[in-house]
Design a protein around this ligand. Structure first.
Ligand SMILES: [Zn+2]
Ligand SMILES: [Zn+2]
Length: 496
């Protein structure tokens, strides 16, 4: 806010981007309270007419500050002095359908073109952002104090390898019971549904990963094998753990509904609610549950990502992460980074009121650095370990990635199309003498979306110009059957 005030005092204008979900009336009120009415707000909830009106006000120069979600990066503000990208690590800055762009990246481009300062803000910056700051390409400003100087919650990480067939460890159950007794509210956090299965040794916690790509393997029931979806490495269902010779190997994953049943059984007198995309469909579903939480008519709220973001819950004094493993083992090279962000966010939900609160994290991989560092509020420590992994495995910022997804309703045709595409990429790579890795084709982890089968090819190159040259040639030469759709995503924010 200081930086914005300073910009305005020099007669320049400001553009503030926030993730859609954080663009709340409170935020807008805070800006109006400080800067008056010369503010335009752009978000997807506006009708076309409202949006047009806001754009006209901006174009006529009646507005000094524009606040908006990702598309606001295109707002026709002139004399721009500063662009603020709040929560710069959010994947929602990327528009992946239609015309693809990443508003965070465009902010840097626009800032350069219009000689405006760009501020990327986050408590958990992207590894690539922090790397750029360390290399001196960005200037790094550290804000050490938690908002209003409140103490961070007490955090415990529990080893749940020995839990068989139940979701909650005795310590978690005791903490919830104690919290209810004290009149506090509890948030139980779960990963999104349906996509949390991976292969695991239940004796030692060993998670099966691709030896080439370090991402978790995904199970394909029809083929009875576990696949790497980057390079197509696969493994038949193993019977012995290579780490401990244990034989209790199985798929891991659990949905929100079952957890809700268990909670109701354990705490029959508690008022339990669930918030996920099923219970919040329709306008106001989300707000209604939050209202109930706020006025104290919910004791335990179970939810997905949704509850981790943006909102303040003053009555919440205990936050439980039911399984940190679900995020830690998403088959994506950024799974550790996502976990660190998520755990940090969830921790921020506890003790925002008067009491500091408590956080309990359950995990089979209870000793993973993403969890330990998040629990210790140690971003830089996390960065040091994660950047070593990225360098070792050749992931960004040490390479540039592009994902090519081929999809269609006929499974065989998609598979063949993906193989043809990979072959032609490899030929072009050789002809153009380009240094790039071509991984796959392999079925995507989300192998079927809305009736369309999906296969993918991952390209990895140190040199961005060479990567673009290869993609360019591929696009020119690639002539697939018309029933197939080909999507090329440069710098994908996820690879699912
Ligand atoms: Zn084992
Ligand atoms: Zn692989």
């Amino acid at each position: 806010l200081h930086a914005i005030a300073h910009t305005l005092s020099q007669g320049k204008r400001a553009l503030v981007l926030t993730p859609e979900i954080a663009l709340t009336p409170q935020l807008v009120r805070r800006f109006r309270g400080r800067f008056g009415e010369g503010i335009a707000v752009l978000h997807s909830g506006l009708s076309l007419g409202e949006r047009y009106d806001e754009w006209r006000r901006i174009r006529r120069g009646e507005v000094d500050i524009v606040i908006g979600a990702r598309s606001a990066i295109f707002a026709p503000l002139d004399n721009l002095g500063i662009i603020v990208v709040d929560e710069e690590h959010e994947a929602s800055y990327k528009q992946s359908e239609g015309v693809t762009y990443n508003a965070r990246d465009l902010a840097l481009v626009r800032g350069k073109l219009e000689k405006a300062t760009v501020v990327l803000g986050s408590a958990t910056p992207l590894i690539t952002t922090f790397h750029a700051a360390k290399e001196g390409r960005f200037h790094y400003l550290h804000l050490p104090e938690r908002v209003q100087g409140r103490p961070m919650p007490e955090t415990r990480i529990l080893d749940i390898r020995k839990l068989k067939g139940v979701t909650f460890s005795p310590e978690m159950i005791a903490s919830i019971a104690e919290n209810i007794e004290k009149g506090g509210q509890t948030l139980l956090f779960l990963n999104r549904r349906g996509f949390a299965t991976f292969l695991l040794c239940k004796d030692c916690g060993h998670v099966f990963r691709c030896p080439n790509c370090s991402v978790t393997l995904t199970h394909q029931r029809a083929k009875q094998r576990h696949f790497c979806h980057y390079c197509d490495y696969s493994l038949p269902a193993p019977s012995i753990c290579p780490e401990c010779n244990g034989t209790d190997i199985g798929l891991f994953g659990r949905g929100t509904e079952r957890v809700e049943d268990e909670v109701r059984e354990l705490f029959p007198d508690a008022r339990v609610a669930r918030m996920d995309s099923d219970t919040t469909t329709g306008r106001g579903g989300h707000a209604r549950i939050l209202k109930q939480l706020e006025n104290g008519s919910i004791d335990i709220l179970i939810g997905t990502q949704m509850i981790a973001k943006g909102h303040d819950y003053p009555g919440v004094t205990l936050v439980g992460i039911v399984s940190a493993d679900a995020t830690l083992n998403i088959p994506d090279f950024r799974s550790a980074e996502r976990t660190f962000q998520l755990v940090s966010q969830v921790m921020g939900r506890a003790g925002r009121g008067d009491s500091p609160g408590k956080v309990i994290i359950q995990g089979i991989s209870y000793d993973h650095y993403a969890l330990l560092r998040a629990a210790a509020h140690d971003y830089e420590g996390f960065y040091d370990e994660e950047i070593a992994f990225r360098e070792d495995a050749g992931y960004p910022p040490f390479s540039h990635l592009a994902m090519i997804v081929i999809s269609g309703t006929a499974e065989k045709a998609v598979e063949k199309g993906a193989q043809d595409a990979a072959r032609s990429l490899r030929e072009e790579r050789q002809n153009l003498k380009i240094r790039a890795e071509i991984l796959g084709p392999a079925p995507a982890p989300l192998a079927k979306v809305r009736g369309r089968f999906r296969w993918q090819i991952l390209l990895k190159a140190r040199n961005r110009t060479e990567l673009k040259r290869l993609l360019h040639t591929f696009q020119r030469e690639w002539n697939p059957p018309r029933i197939l759709r080909t999507v090329i995503d440069v710098d994908p924010v996820d690879t699912l």
